[in-house]
Design a protein around this ligand. Sequence first.
Ligand SMILES: [Zn+2]
Length: 76
Amino acid sequence: MPKKNILNQRFGRLLVIEEAPSNKNGNAMWKCRCDCGNIIITKGTRLRQGGALSCGCLRKENSNKAASKRMKNLKN
Ligand SMILES: [Zn+2]
């Protein structure tokens, strides 16, 4: 399968900054910089399908938000 060039494209908080070597399954891998400053390497298919929108900080923030919402509900 030809490798799709997604260099310099943005997916959520991730900006693709560099091509990375394919993983052992032959999947195209890309180095991305997250808005929070973290650098991660992830699969191109994952990026294009919206499966990777941050280095993981987004999920962390969302779960923190959910947790504080739960706390508020408890107080009320
Ligand atoms: Zn991040």
